[in-house]
Design a protein around this ligand. Structure first.
Ligand SMILES: Cc1cc2nc3c(=O)[nH]c(=O)nc-3n(C[C@H](O)[C@H](O)[C@H](O)COP(=O)(O)OP(=O)(O)OC[C@H]3O[C@@H](n4cnc5c(N)ncnc54)[C@H](O)[C@@H]3O)c2cc1C
Length: 356
């Protein structure tokens, strides 16, 4: 994607990184991980972690946690048959046991039979049958309610500003002048985790990969999740249309978003892939939003113990998969913290890989 973005008028990947030694180091590490073999190993590691996601979501729902599934199955669609064929080959190469991947290339007629809302440009595609779409706001609210019911206290608007470290352990977390004594600390502050971990002497290689999102109304909303693979747009069904998620803007967490400009490009990209697709309206910028995906240079989350400390951990860097991986990552880090042993599935994500 990085290579193909160069020179495109509407690229899926934008660079807005301030020039610095840290930026150069991040980009070099990123470039080293762009090869096919490392990419596939990374996909396998992510697939191994995500395999538990549907089961854990089903458990939450059966325990009364209210999370609606708005689309079952994700169609990857293409304007060119050859592109779809190549992408299917790649998808099959990284398919893992326990995760149902796409099994066949479908032509336009077969795709329309599954999803009548597809537009004229779509010629071929394939289905990930087990993908599910949720509303991220509802999902997050449900998690908050669940942990509060279990006895946790959340302090919104009270950021952690520092730590007290004594004899190789974090003994207190600072919130301004307040000191909270702690037995264990897990840093899970998204892209801001890098700054917090650095205060504890650990490297995480985290930068922001800003993404943009917009809900649009459609007269006949699709029933399946859609990935418009040529233009890298994800569409989740909503009751009245779709939620679009797109763009990867490499930047620092402090940088201002380019909301109107990016949304305009994003809406143009979707033209022809879904029936009755709208043209861009400046009011879209009032409801569109952007958020920061925490990205590591090797594309994998950083989950595990912080080097040199007996009771500090990190769980961050989930990039484009933080919703999907939230439940399996949470379960794996809970196992590590409670038992002292990291489950095998966490091996590729160890923070120690950034120590050198
Ligand atoms: C447009 C868009 C579309 C996406 N689509 C998908 C998708 O389809 N599927 C998917 O799986 N993922 C998706 N993602 C990615 C997903 O949203 C992220 O991976 C996920 O939010 C990362 O979760 P996190 O908890 O690590 O970080 P965040 O969600 O960024 O949360 C970090 C939290 O830490 C808090 N914090 C920061 N600093 C401190 C501090 N000092 N002290 C205390 N708290 C602090 C922040 O306020 C924030 O609440 C998408 C992201 C975007 C932007």
């Amino acid at each position: 994607v990085a290579r193909r973005s160069l020179g495109r008028s509407i690229p899926p990947l934008y660079m807005r990184l301030a020039p610095s030694a840290a930026t150069v180091a991040w980009l070099l590490r990123f470039a080293r991980h762009c090869g096919k073999a490392r990419y596939r190993r990374g996909c396998e590691a992510l697939a191994n972690l995500s395999v538990e996601a549907p089961g854990r979501l089903a458990d939450l729902r059966s325990n009364g946690v209210s999370v609606d599934i708005t689309g079952r199955g994700m169609l990857h669609v293409f304007a060119e048959v050859n592109d779809a064929r190549d992408a299917l080959k790649e998808a099959s190469a990284v398919a893992r046991d326990g995760l149902a991947g796409p099994d066949r290339l479908m032509d336009r007629g077969q795709l329309l039979a599954l999803e009548p809302a597809l537009g004229d440009r779509v010629r071929a595609g394939f289905l990930y049958p087990e993908e599910q779409c949720v509303d991220p706001r509802q999902f997050t609210a449900a998690l908050v309610a669940t942990v509060e019911r279990a006895g946790a206290t959340i302090h919104p608007g009270a950021p952690v500003t520092g730590f007290t470290v004594e004899r190789g352990r974090v003994s207190a977390v600072h919130r301004g002048s307040q000191r909270d004594a702690v037995e264990r600390v897990i840093i899970c502050a998204g892209v801001w985790s890098g700054r917090l971990a650095a205060q504890l002497g650990a490297r995480t290689s985290l930068i922001a990969g800003r993404g943009y999102s917009l809900d649009i109304a459609l007269p006949s909303p699709p029933q399946l999740g859609l990935h418009l693979s040529d233009v890298h747009l994800g569409l989740s069904p909503t009751p009245t249309g779709v939620r679009i998620a797109a763009a990867m803007e490499l930047s620092g967490p402090g940088q201002r978003p380019h909301t109107a400009r990016r949304l305009k490009a994003i809406v143009r990209c979707g033209d022809g892939y879904v029936k009755d697709w709208p043209t861009y309206d400046p009011v879209f910028a009032d409801t569109g939003w952007s958020g920061m995906r925490p990205l590591t240079a090797d594309g994998l989350p950083v989950i595990g113990p912080l080097p040199e400390l007996a009771n500090a951990y990190v769980n961050a860097g989930h990039g484009m998969w933080g919703i999907t991986l939230s439940l399996p990552s949470g379960a794996a880090i809970a196992e590590l913290v409670l038992s002292g042993h990291a489950p095998n599935v966490l091996a590729p994500f160890t923070p120690a890989r950034f120590s050198t």
